[in-house]
Design a protein around this ligand. Sequence first.
Ligand code: ADP
Length: 244
Amino acid sequence: MSKPEKLIIDGKRLDGRGAQDLRPIKFKAGVLKRADGSCYLEFGGNKVIAAVYGPREVHPRHLQDASRAIVRYRYNMAPFSVEERKRPGPDRRSIEISKVSRESLECVILQEMYPRSAIDIFVEILQADAGTRVAGINAASVALADAGIPMKCLVSACAVGKVDDTLVLDLNKDEDNYGQADLPIAMTPSGDITLCQMDGHLTEDEFRTALEMAMEGCRYIHQLQKQALIEKYGQMVSPPAQEA
Ligand code: ADP
C-alpha cells in the first residue's frame, strides 16, 4: 500500500482503533502434541506458533554450561508470512530478533536448576502484520510455562510508536511502515523491562509516556496469558467431581 495521507483521522487510526487500543489478541496454550510446551497466538493480523523443548541434553556437548541450562531461541518468518514471498532461512533481522527475544525471556527462567541442559524455543511467524517480535515473545512465554519450565514469572510484550505526531499503542503494518517511531517493550508483571528497542525519534517526555502506554498494554496481555494457561490447566487442578 502506498503512503496514506494521514494515519490518524478525527482521533481514530485507519483500522478504527483509538491511540491506546491494542488489536484483538487470542492465545491458545498446548497446541502441539510433540513439543514439551507450545502456544498459538493471533495478535491482530499476526499468526504465531511457539514451541518449547527441554530441559534436554545439549548437543554439541562443548556448548554445555556446568552451572546452568542454556536457552536457545529461534525466530523464523515463513516464506508465505508476508506479502512478497520471503527468502527462507535466517537473515540479519531474524538473528537480531532471536537474540533480543532470548534475552527478554532468559532473565526469568531459573536456569541454575538444570545445569548442562538446553531449553530450546522455536517461534514460527505464519502471518506477519507488524509487531511479530513482541507477538513471538508473548507466545514463547506461554509455551515455556506450558512446558513446565520453572520461571519467576511470565513475560509480556507489546510495541508503542508515534504516527502523525501522536503516540499510539501496538502499531499496525501501515503505522510501522510510515510512522515516526517504533518502541517494542517486554516486561515482567512487577514492571522489570526485559526488552527495550527503538526505531525513529521520540523526545524524552514522549519516551516516558510511550513506555507507560506499553506497560499498560503488557499488563493487559499478562492477564490474557494467564487466562490461556488456566484454560488448559484449570480443569486438571480442580478436584474430581463427586460420585452421586
Ligand atoms: P516486528 O515484526 O517486530 O515489528 P520489524 O519492525 O522488523 O519487526 O518488521 C515490521 C513488519 O514488517 C513485520 O511484522 C512484517 O509484517 C514486515 N516485514 C518484516 N520483514 C519482512 C520481509 N522480509 N518481507 C516483507 N515484510 C517484512
